[in-house]
Design a protein around this ligand. Structure first.
Ligand code: FAD
Ligand code: NAD
Length: 475
């Protein structure tokens, strides 16, 4: 069969839509199939990230932070106002407007780049054919020289705690409460649990987070996790570690959650809304025909090599449906790299320098290895830390909590990881990603002129501190 397209992408999240645009930019005839339907019942591009993930959660984090600042920190600046109130409906409508603007923007980018956008469900058949089932039920078969699978991920459900969309919810439900729950329970003290817990806590909910593991933020650097735990506790987030949740039962308007605590004692909490945020899994249901030739790994992810090639010829997979951190920017970079490889160029993604950010207050950000990971791997390291409390700009902003920590190789001084907690560290981490991509040493960072007064001076000083020569603190 003559291929209809050069490239068909299944999934229009940040991995798939970026791959489609890059492929089209490179002159490839490209179609992108996506089945997501927005709150208004219409097809919406952008996947989890734009519709029910990164963007709406950040919109709510921003609104709730403004409300919290008005209540708690404006007075330090001498600003007073009447009793602040929060109209949750307006906050959610603002979030929906941002989502609509961005998802609509992808549609415009597709048009401008001549990407054929197809609303419906795609299933990979053998021979690089894709069966498309449109939302009206009509079915057609398309073909392409290359297929890119970018079907994303879905929340993991705990047996005995089925989502009902109202009382027991996943990320979708937790982004759309119409009132602030008086008691908000969260299962999982991971990224979603902490971000959504923060939103509703700032708006007045009593928040209890039940985490199965004994350590808090186990994948973060231990110093950063310790500061985060202290700050979140101060904010009133009740994070209970080492808890095994057994079951939850909706009784009227309440959810009764049974769990075993860290001492093995049975406990119950009663909440008005329960968010289950215990991780996500690759979304591959109905994606692959039996003879499609694409293998899954034991975790149910699509198996790929270092260049995102699957086990089927000219079939590629990117983003949350494959190994690697489930982050929008990782998927987008893979999308660009794969499109470039298809076009005969040299696309590449360095999975060792993918930055992580948790958009709590203070924010947490890191790239590369933690001090413990280095030590466990037998890598000798020197570290340098610098607190925001000694940074003038942070004081002016009234946001002095946190620090920057740099982990460098003890012999070569190469930067192996940077770990931050504090104001706007989501932005500060970019400099460190660049440094690591260019294989910088901590001395390189220390010798670069940083503007004064800025938060980035904390990075500069932490780099100086690796060599025990920070200026604005005693080494
Ligand atoms: P997705 O965004 O999941 O997109 C996949 C798309 O494919 C979806 O539209 C899906 O409906 C569609 N699809 C699936 N199967 C088919 C099929 N067979 N046919 C047609 N279409 C199909 N990451 C960050 O980097 N920063 C953040 O701040 C952040 N915040 C988050 C907050 C929340 C609440 C959540 C849930 C996630 C967050 N993430 C964040 C993670 C981020 O959303 C994902 O890593 C990212 O969306 C993955 O992109 P993707 O393109 O691989 O998949
Ligand atoms: P997560 O992996 O970040 O956290 C899940 C937490 O739930 C873990 O701490 C885990 O130990 C705990 N857990 C697992 N099973 C449990 C159980 N039965 N009882 C109690 N706790 C349990 O997953 P998430 O928060 O659901 O988010 C999914 C993914 O989405 C993240 O890993 C991340 O990749 C992405 N995300 C990123 C951002 C961001 O970049 N800012 C924000 C939200 C989501």
């Amino acid at each position: 069969m003559q291929a209809l397209y050069d490239v068909i992408v299944i999934g229009a999240g940040p991995a798939g839509y970026v791959a489609a645009i890059r492929a089209a930019q490179l002159g490839l005839k490209t179609a992108c199939i996506d089945d997501f339907v927005g709150k208004d019942g219409k097809p919406a591009l952008g996947g989890t990230c734009l519709n029910v993930g990164c963007i709406p959660s950040k919109a709510l984090l921003e609104s709730s932070q403004q409300f919290h600042a008005l209540q708690h920190s404006f007075k330090d600046h001498g600003i007073s106002a009447g009793e602040p109130t929060m109209d949750v409906g307006v906050m959610v409508a603002r979030k929906d407007k941002i989502v609509k603007q961005l998802t609509g923007g992808i549609g415009m980018l597709f048009k401008a780049n001549k990407v054929q956008s197809i609303a419906g469900r795609g299933k990979l058949l053998s021979g690089k054919r894709v069966e498309v089932t449109r939302h009206d039920g009509t079915v057609e078969t398309l073909s392409a020289s290359h297929i890119i699978l970018a079907s994303g991920s879905v929340p993991i459900q705990i047996p005995g705690l089925p989502f009902d969309g109202k009382h027991i919810v996943d990320n979708v439900g937790a982004l759309d409460f119409d009132v602030v729950p008086r008691r908000f329970g969260v299962i999982g003290a991971g990224v979603i649990g902490l971000e959504m817990g923060s939103v509703w806590k700032r708006l007045g909910a009593e928040v209890t987070i039940l985490e199965a593991l004994p350590d808090f933020l186990g994948s973060c650097d231990a110093d950063i996790a310790r500061i985060a735990a202290r700050e979140f506790k101060k904010q009133g987030l009740d994070i209970k570690l080492g808890c095994k949740v057994n079951a939850a039962e909706v009784r009227g308007e309440e959810v009764h959650v049974g769990y075993t605590d860290a001492k093995g004692e049975p406990q119950t909490i009663v909440v008005d809304r329960l968010l289950v945020a215990v991780g996500r899994r690759a979304h591959t249901r109905g994606l692959l025909a039996d003879d499609a030739g694409v293998s899954l790994n034991p975790r149910g992810q699509i198996e790929v090599d270092e260049h995102n090639r699957t086990s089927a010829d000219d079939v590629w997979a990117i983003g949350d449906c494959v190994r690697g951190p489930m982050l929008a920017h990782r998927g987008s970079e893979e999308g660009i790299a794969v499109a470039e490889r298809i076009a005969g160029k040299a696309g590449h993604v360095n999975l060792d320098t993918i930055p992580w950010v948790i958009y709590t207050e203070p924010e947490v950000a890191w790239v590369g290895k933690t001090e413990k990971e280095c030590k466990d791997a037998g890598i000798p390291v020197r570290t340098g830390s610098f607190p925001f409390a000694a940074i003038g700009r942070a004081m002016a902003m009234n946001e002095t909590c946190g620090q920057v920590k740099i982990v460098a190789h003890a012999d070569t001084d190469r930067v192996l990881g940077v770990h931050m907690i504090g104001p706007m560290v989501s932005e500060l981490i970019a400099e460190c990603v660049v440094a690591m991509e260019f294989q910088a040493s901590s001395e390189d960072l220390a010798r670069i002129c940083h503007a004064h007064p800025t938060l980035s001076e904390a990075v500069h000083e932490a780099a100086l501190a690796v060599d025990k020569r920070a200026i604005h603190r005693v080494n």
